[in-house]
Design a protein around this ligand. Structure first.
Ligand code: NAP
Length: 242
């Protein structure tokens, strides 16, 4: 059975990615940290597309929890293959650098950057064995150009971009592609509370993007059609300079 694992699949961009990958015929492994009700809603939407899936809660920032939950799932499900991994789970916790607390720095780096490492290393072995895989990392405009107030988040996302380019070269010969998607401003819980009326003036398209508009790009990179695209960062940002 062909599976896709989407971290942070309970809400926002991750939910839209789950639905889009269900449309491509994948069995969905929906990861989240704590919001079970929302994760169940994602699973309902996947089922409405005629596919099935299951919830796989673990904190991507927690090395042991990731090994315990995802590692155990892999051991117990040798009949299933994770062909697509979307490292989407992410948080932001903004502060100007001078006011940045230790915890703000480490939680954002642990979730956005270390989470990529803890999850990907568990899934990669099976992809290498099968000589097929699609790894898509959801990064950010912030990781490409840096945004004031987000040194922690910009550093973490830029780190994932570097890892994307390096890993892509390591595994290309095994039929595995590794790419990143860099959204700009997308309407989700993460951008709730931002001054959209003001900020949309910065966007050439004059609006925030929809989660589905990110998901379509992820689905393309996950498809067979994208077999010769690897190590790339695709911006989905309404024309914001990046
Ligand atoms: P969101 O609506 O806040 O959803 C975040 C998702 O990540 C939720 O499913 C959440 O699970 C999960 N998550 C958070 N920390 C986690 C952890 N430690 N372990 C496992 N899951 C965790 O965010 P979003 O806007 O959809 O963002 C998705 C990705 O896009 C993130 O990587 C974000 O940095 C990136 N991004 C977003 C924007 C934007 O404008 N929205 C722009 C650029 C990049 P729970 O429901 O359990 O909390």
């Amino acid at each position: 059975m062909k599976c896709a694992l989407v971290t942070g699949g309970s809400r926002g961009i991750g939910r839209a990615i789950c639905v889009e990958l269900a449309r491509q015929g994948y069995y969905l492994l929906i990861n989240y940290k704590s919001n079970q009700t929302e994760a169940e809603q994602t699973l309902n939407l996947v089922q409405m597309e005629g596919e099935s899936g299951e919830l796989l809660p673990f904190d991507v920032a927690d090395k042991e929890a990731t090994r315990q939950v995802l590692g155990t799932w892999l051991t117990n499900n040798t009949d299933k293959t994770i062909e697509v991994l979307v490292n989407n789970a992410g948080i932001r916790n903004d502060a100007l650098f001078g006011w940045m607390e230790d915890e703000q720095w480490s939680s954002v780096v642990d979730t956005n950057l270390n989470g990529f490492f803890y999850t990907t290393r568990l899934v990669l072995g099976q992809m290498q064995e099968k000589r097929y895989g699609r790894i898509i990392n959801v990064v950010s405009l912030s990781g490409l150009k840096g945004l004031p107030g987000q040194t922690n988040y910009s550093a973490a996302k830029a780190g994932v971009i570097g890892a994307t380019k390096a890993l892509a070269q390591e595994v290309a010969r095994s039929g595995i592609t590794v790419n990143a998607i860099a959204p700009g401003f997308i309407k989700t819980d993460m951008t709730e509370g931002m001054d959209e009326k003001e900020l949309r003036n910065l966007v050439p398209a004059r609006r925030f993007g929809k989660p589905e508009e990110v998901a379509y790009a992820v689905a393309f990179l996950a498809s067979d059609k994208a077999a010769y695209i690897t190590g790339q960062v695709l911006s989905v940002n309404g024309g914001l300079y990046s």
